[in-house]
Design a binder for this molecule. Structure first.
Ligand code: PLP
Length: 355
């Protein structure tokens, strides 16, 4: 049977568990705690009639994204969230009997996309919480047709080691489709791999971005991908017509230009990241150095129990047991008041967990 995507606990469910009176803080899905760009919301409210289909080639948005990254329009594909492009890439390039290499733990959707194609997922454990590029290369066989790298990696938050990237890409056999998922790239504070530049250097490299995270538009469902012309043309053949809704286009276009909102989001994330890391240190709870908007926090009890205990405190996090990361929780960096509630709860619970 296929291993499906295990969903996060919803606010509604948390309310039932923690009691209707309690404030629920959701730190489970790596969303932007500052809300959405007001410019994006205004652009969507200003839309007129929606009775006509739009431009299925999405020329305007693709041109905008191409210009931003020094590419051409033929290098851009749009998706109903970047999730859709992950699935589209698997549908286009993976066949039954193929092998696809991926890290574990990493974003769960890769495994589902691979399995849905009847291909084999070849899993490569992280090394000290970091994507092990060397081991991934070693896992490549003549049957390998696709390889997934998540940078920064969900659920650990760690970035790919930049100093090893060039050699890794050079050594990867040319026919293999390399998917580099950069859903959290805008949060990274250290110098990271420039995967988008790699699109021009290595055909069959697909780089994915989204407006769901730093742009605060998770519910809008808009993502985009870059690759060489031929790869984009192949993806486009299987893309559903009109896969991106007009409100998503309007909202995403405004959000991508809202530099002030992005700056504020980075600032909150950076400040709170440092504060949380210091507090985790005081509580003797280990977290990997994160380049994203979440921490992978080690707990001295099972992740399932820690998740349940936090849920009773009104705080929703993601249990590592659901993410192939036992012994850890994935905790989104929230707004200052949300993080304060998290730390309060952790302080109480950590003492109980160690008793
Ligand atoms: C690594 C990674 N890629 C992609 C996505 C999905 O993004 P989207 O909302 O654009 O489908 C997520 C969302 O959590 C993610 O963590």
């Amino acid at each position: 049977m296929l291993e499906g995507y295990e969903r996060a606990t919803s606010v509604e469910e948390a309310r039932r568990r923690a009691g209707a009176q309690r404030r629920i803080v959701k730190l489970a899905s790596n969303e932007n705690p500052l809300g959405s760009s007001s410019r994006a919301l205004a652009a969507m409210r200003a839309l007129g009639d929606l009775n006509r289909y739009g431009d299925d080639a999405y020329l305007e948005m693709r041109e905008r994204l191409a210009l931003r990254h020094g590419l051409s329009i033929e290098n851009v594909v749009l998706g109903h969230g970047s999730n859709e492009i992950v699935k589209l890439a698997a549908e286009t390039f993976l066949y039954p009997g193929d092998e696809a290499v991926l890290a574990v733990p990493s974003f769960l959707l890769y495994r589902l996309a691979i399995s849905l194609r009847g291909a084999a997922a070849v899993e490569v454990p992280l090394r000290d919480g970091v994507t092990d590029l060397e081991a991934m290369l070693a896992a490549v066989t003549p049957k390998t047709t696709m390889l997934f790298v998540c940078d920064p990696n969900n659920p650990t938050g760690t970035a790919v080691e930049r100093e090893h990237w060039g050699a890794f890409v050079d050594a990867l056999p040319a026919g293999i489709v390399l998917v580099v998922d950069q859903a959290y790239r805008e949060y990274a504070s250290k110098e990271c791999v420039d995967a988008i530049a790699g699109v021009m250097q290595r055909p069959r490299t697909i780089v994915l971005r989204t407006t769901s995270k730093i742009y605060g538009l998770a519910a809008l469902r808009f993502g985009y991908g870059f690759a060489d012309r031929e790869t984009i043309a192949r993806l486009d053949r299987l893309r559903l017509p009109f896969n991106v809704a007009a409100p998503a286009l309007a909202g995403a276009a405004a959000a991508l230009d809202d530099e002030a909102f992005v700056r504020r989001s980075i600032q909150n994330n950076e400040t709170e990241k440092v504060r949380l890391a210091a507090a985790f240190g005081r509580l003797a709870l280990h977290a990997y150095p994160t380049q994203a908007n979440f921490h992978a926090l080690a707990v001295p009890v099972s992740a399932t129990r820690a998740h349940e205990d936090l849920l009773h405190e009104g705080i929703i996090v993601r249990s590592g047991d659901a993410l192939r990361m036992p012994g850890r929780l994935r905790v989104t960096i929230g707004a200052p008041d949300e993080n304060a509630l998290l730390l309060d709860a952790l302080e109480r619970l950590a003492a109980r967990w160690r008793a």
